[in-house]
Write a new protein. Structure first.
Length: 441
């Protein structure tokens, strides 16, 4: 396929850059580590490399150097849509090039050939308790796909070659991103629709087909495209991306690696946060805005009541960002431009919290970043379109995040990155260095 050949050329052109950096400049110091970072989750330690995306504290996420608005503007749009297809975005993430429509059509056609999920995967998921969390089902589905891993077969063939290993990761990655929305739709219908499954529509692109398979409206096709792209990647340090990279660095195949990444995404400090934010917002609406217009004065008082009672405002603040998350703004723009949604009572509450909360949090003085992140907005859109089973929201996140994780590990193998193995220290060592004013080199 042309995309794979383009990617091969780019990887071969890129390899000398990393080789030169290690060989000629490997001892150049780019950062220092303090005790706060050592104990506090390795925060802000520059020790991962990715060219897929970068999270700028002031600008927000950049995909291959482009902001979210620039990305949406540059990529070819889906038929009769203002949004690109997920397939066009996949091409862009892998290569850094904006694809032509012909190149997009080729990826769309290829994914249709890859999206057929083996029956044993569905059987494995269906064998689980029906009331289990849907993220468990998705993780099991990824592991079940491992049986046919092309990378695993290549490694075990006795012909493993470090320089061509990426090609087999690429094959698995393409299979995984094409199949994961089909598996997610199956899980949704299994858990919430009495196992009434809707077959794939071969005429539709990935986002539109997902909407079709879960019985959603025509409008929701753009929601799916937007949502999967916005949640695709957030550089390499977040738990799901880092876990996927870490596990794959041991040459575990993409299915093992992404199942592990999904398990990290399921945590309440990561992907599960969107579910928790919506829960909080609806309780907030019920308590303060039931049958009442959410005015600035009302919301200001309600937020102060919330903070003074010792609670936080979920969805506000981010580990890296120091401005409003551009992913939040993209979804807010969608809401404001969608008739009906912009007048939805729950969205009005969210919109007014957005207008008021940063000022309240700034006045309180405890938040380093008083601005909303993506989770403050994403659940409202799903709720409006009738997808109200909020424990499924993290599955949606997982479908999107697969794009970035799979693009990253394809390049990891293309550049031959080593197994990740940071060095540990003991608490006694830290206490000794603290007393001495630092480690003596």
């Amino acid at each position: 396929m042309a995309l794979k050949e383009t990617l091969k050329q780019k990887i071969e052109e890129f390899r000398p850059r990393t080789t030169k950096l290690v060989k000629e400049f490997g001892k150049v110091i780019i950062d220092q580590v303090n005790i706060d970072q050592c104990i506090g989750g390795a925060r802000d330690i520059r020790s991962l490399v990715t060219d897929i995306s970068y999270l700028d504290p002031q600008e927000g996420i950049r995909f291959r150097g482009k902001t979210i608005p620039e990305t949406f503007a540059a990529l070819p749009k889906a038929p009769n849509s203002k949004y690109p297809t997920v397939e066009s975005f996949w091409y862009f993430l892998l290569t850094g090039d904006v694809p032509t429509q012909a190149q997009v059509d080729e990826v769309v056609a290829e994914w249709k050939g890859r999206q057929v999920v083996p029956q044993y995967v569905f059987d494995a998921i269906r064998a689980l308790p029906r009331d289990i969390h849907p993220m468990v089902m998705l993780s099991v589905g990824m592991l079940a796909l491992q049986k046919d891993s092309k990378f695993y077969a290549f490694y075990g063939s006795g012909k493993f070659n470090k320089m061509t290993a990426w090609e087999y990761v690429y094959e698995d990655a393409c299979d995984l991103v094409a199949r994961i929305p089909v598996i997610a739709a199956f899980i949704y219908n299994l858990k919430y629709k009495g196992d009434k499954q809707t077959p794939i529509d071969p005429k539709l692109d990935m986002g539109a087909n997902f909407a079709h398979m879960i019985g959603q409206s025509e409008e929701y096709k753009d929601v799916a495209r937007m949502y999967f792209i916005l949640h695709s990647d957030h550089e390499s340090g977040n738990v799901s991306a880092h876990t996927t990279h870490l596990v794959h660095s041991a040459l575990s195949d993409p299915y093992y690696a992404y199942s592990a990444g999904l398990n990290g995404l399921a945590g309440p400090l990561h992907g599960l946060a969107n579910q928790e934010v919506l829960d909080w917002t609806m309780k907030f609406q019920e308590k303060y805005c039931k049958n009442v217009e959410p005015t600035k004065e009302l919301i200001t008082k309600a937020l102060w009541d919330t903070l003074n009672s010792g609670q936080v405002i979920p969805g506000y603040g981010h580990a890296v960002l120091r401005k409003t998350d551009p992913r939040y703004m993209s979804q807010r723009e969608f809401c404001l431009n969608t008739p009906g949604l912009k007048d939805d009572p729950l969205f009005k509450v969210v919109a007014m919290i957005f207008e008021v909360a940063p000022g309240v949090l700034t006045e309180q003085g405890k938040a380093k970043n008083p601005w909303p992140n993506v989770d403050a907005q994403s659940g409202v859109i799903q709720w409006y379109y009738g997808l109200r089973e909020w424990d499924f929201y993290t599955v949606l996140f997982g479908v999107g995040r697969a794009l970035g994780c799979m693009a990253n590990i394809t390049w990891d193998r293309g550049l031959g990155y080593a197994i990740e193995r940071p060095k540990s220290v003991t608490t006694a060592m830290l206490e000794k260095w603290a007393a001495e004013g630092g480690r003596k080199f």
